[in-house]
Every structure is written in structure tokens, then in C-alpha cells.
Design a protein around this ligand. Sequence first.
Ligand SMILES: [Zn+2]
Length: 258
Amino acid sequence: MKITIFGSASGIPEKGKAHSCVGVEVGEKMFLLEIGEGASSSIAGDDLDIEKIEKVFISHTHADHFIGLPRFLQYLKWRGRKKDIEIYLPEKHIDAVEKFLPFLYIFRERFEFEYKFLPLPKDELILTENLKIKLFPTSHLKKYRKYSDIYGVETTSYGYLVEEVLNDGIGVKRFLFSSDIDSVGELKNFIEGVDLLLIECAHIGIEDIIEFVSEYNVPKVILTHISPDRDVNFMLEYARAKFDLNIEVAFDGMKIEI
Ligand SMILES: [Zn+2]
């Protein structure tokens, strides 16, 4: 499984960085997790056959995870895409997104491919014969619960666990991406046996992450979504020296193979 970080910025805009977007690639297929602002520019800068992209998952519709969608659809059109694409969104927001796009002059009639909006899967979803994804709920949006009745918005966000069964039919590779969480404890039920953890740092302390991953012996950890005012270098040195952690900071264009 190949992972490409297309967007590593936190919710705060930063020069030269796109917001959340991660590509997961197995064979001839790629799946995008999040499509934040600037994701298309980052994808355009990669040597990627865009026909490979099969599905997009959007854990929640904060702008830094979602607002790259209109530009992404237009980019696919501009690149002459003809293959349909599925976009998974919080169910309650699908209708609003459908109604919003025409006001950006994005009309289905002008596309040579179908873009289909689907609710985020509640159970494991089979992506290819040896790849599956599970979305697990997180409390990242809990502060908005008081608005849910007024505006009808979703108040659960999700993290991602992607599993690939290797060609021998026995070995499994696991990639865990926290997306946005409220505490590291929300990853507890999914961390066992993970080969790569991509974890956000905008809403949780690096100290908490270091303590958590050292307890579970995660072989590789990448920190992403780091606010620009945070200097993590000191903590990284500490994590490497004290716990011998394989820990790095994400950047746009970073590729990791597990
Ligand atoms: Zn975010």
C-alpha cells in the first residue's frame, strides 16, 4: 500500500501547503481521504494518473477537509476524465452539497463522468479484493451538538483504518489515519497491529501522542495537521531518544510505502 500526503496543513492556511488530503494506492487504484482546500493543486503537482482515483472519503465538512471538492471535480473534468467517481460524505450534508455546486457553475450536464455522492459507510467497505476501509466515529465535532437541531448538521466526525491483505493471503498491512480527533484515546480500539499511524496534531498534545504510540509499539508514526505556531522538533528529538520512535512530520508530496 502506498500513501501519498497531498495536504498536510492544519486548519490554518500556510504558504505552499494544501489542507488535509491523503491518497491510498494499491495496484492501479487510489482512494482519497479528505479533500481540503488546495488538494487539487497538490494532486496536479504529483505524477499521478488521475483515472486511478476511484473514491473520495470526507470525514466531516470542515473547510480544511472538504472545501477542495468543487475544484477537484473541475480539475478532473479539465483533465478529460471519463470514469465515474464516488464521493462519500456525511449523509445529512449530501443534499446541501448537491444544491451548492450549481452555484459554482458546476453542472452535472457538463461533465463526461458521473460524480455520485454517497453517505459515509457505517460498516467496513470493500475497496478492492484485498483492500478494505473502516470509518470509526470520533468526537471532534462534539462542540457543535447544540447547533445540530437548528441547522441539521452532522456532529460526528470519523477516522480511517485501511487494511490490505497481502498476496500470500495471510499478511496484512494496516494504515490508521486519525483525521480530526478529540483525544488519542479515540484510536485505542484500532491501533493494534497498525503499520503506519498518520495522526493529526491540531487538537491533541504531542506529548499525549508520544506516550500513546510508545505504549502500543507503533512501528511508524507521521504527524500531520500541525498548527504553524507549534514547534514540534524538540518533542520529536525527545520521542526518538527516549522511546526510539520512528516518527516524522508530514509534508505535501510525502510518500510512504508499507
Ligand atoms: Zn481539520
